[in-house]
Design a binder for this molecule. Sequence first.
Ligand code: URA
Length: 272
Amino acid sequence: MVEGSETETARALLRWYAEMGVDEAVGPAPADLYSWTRADPAAAPRLETMRKTSAPAAPEVTSAQPETISTDEAIKAAEAAAAACDSFEALEAAVKAFDGCSLKAGTKNTVFADGVPGADLLVIGEAPGRDEDRLGKPFVGRAGQLLDRMLAAIGRDRTSNTLISNVIFWRPPANRTPTALETAVCRPFVDRLIELTDPKAVLIAGGAPLQALLGVTGIMRARGVWREIETAGGKRYPALPTYHPAFLLRQPAGKRLAWADLQSLDAKLKDH
Ligand code: URA
C-alpha cells in the first residue's frame, strides 16, 4: 500500500468513528458501552455493570471479567447509599463511589451538581455532555451558558442562590438519551438531592428529566404547568417543566415560552 492511500484509509476510519459517535478516547482499548446497557425486555432486565470502574478495562489485559449486577440490585444499592446520606457532601461522595450505573465506565468524571447546596431553586436537566464530563460540572457547555443567561434574567446564578444537577450523573455515549433503566438507577440519588436541598421550586429542563421525574411525556404540552415531584422519602416539591436550553439553541422561537416559564418560576420563588 502506498503512503497516500494509508493516510486516506486512516482518515476514512476516523470519519467512521466520528459518525458512530466515537468522539473521544477514554481508555486503552475499545469498550462496547452499548452492550453493557442492553436489556432484554422479555426477561427481568439485567444491566451489566462494572463494580470497579476507574476506566474501562481492556478485556485482553485483565484476567477477571467485570462482575455484573441486576438493575434491581443496582437500584437497591442506590437506595441504601442515598438514604444513608445526611448532607450534600455525603451524597456527592456516595454518588462518586457508586458503581451500579454502567454509564460510569465510559466517562472521565462523575457530574454531580454545581451551585449552592440548600438553594431555594434546584434546576434538574438530562445528563452531562462532553464538556460536562471533561470538567465534572453540569451545564458548562453552550446549553449551560444559555441556561446561565436565562437564570440571570430572573436574578439567579449558581454562585449565590441556585443549585444545578441532572437526572443522570454520567455522560451517555455520544450524548444519547438516557434509558429508563439508567434513570431508575440514578433516581434514589436525585430524590435525596432534592430532599437535602429542600428547594422552594424545582425547574425541570427538558423532556427527558420530565419523563424521569414525573413519568410525563411531551414537554411541548407539559411546559409551563406546575406539578409536584414526590421523592422516595414521601416529600413533595413544586416543579415546573420548561424547554431544555439545548432545544432553545436549535429552536430560538421557543425562547418566548421559556421566558414565560421563568417569570412563573420567579413569581413562585418570591411568593411568601
Ligand atoms: N445538558 C444537560 O441536560 N445537562 C448538562 O449538564 C449539560 C447539558
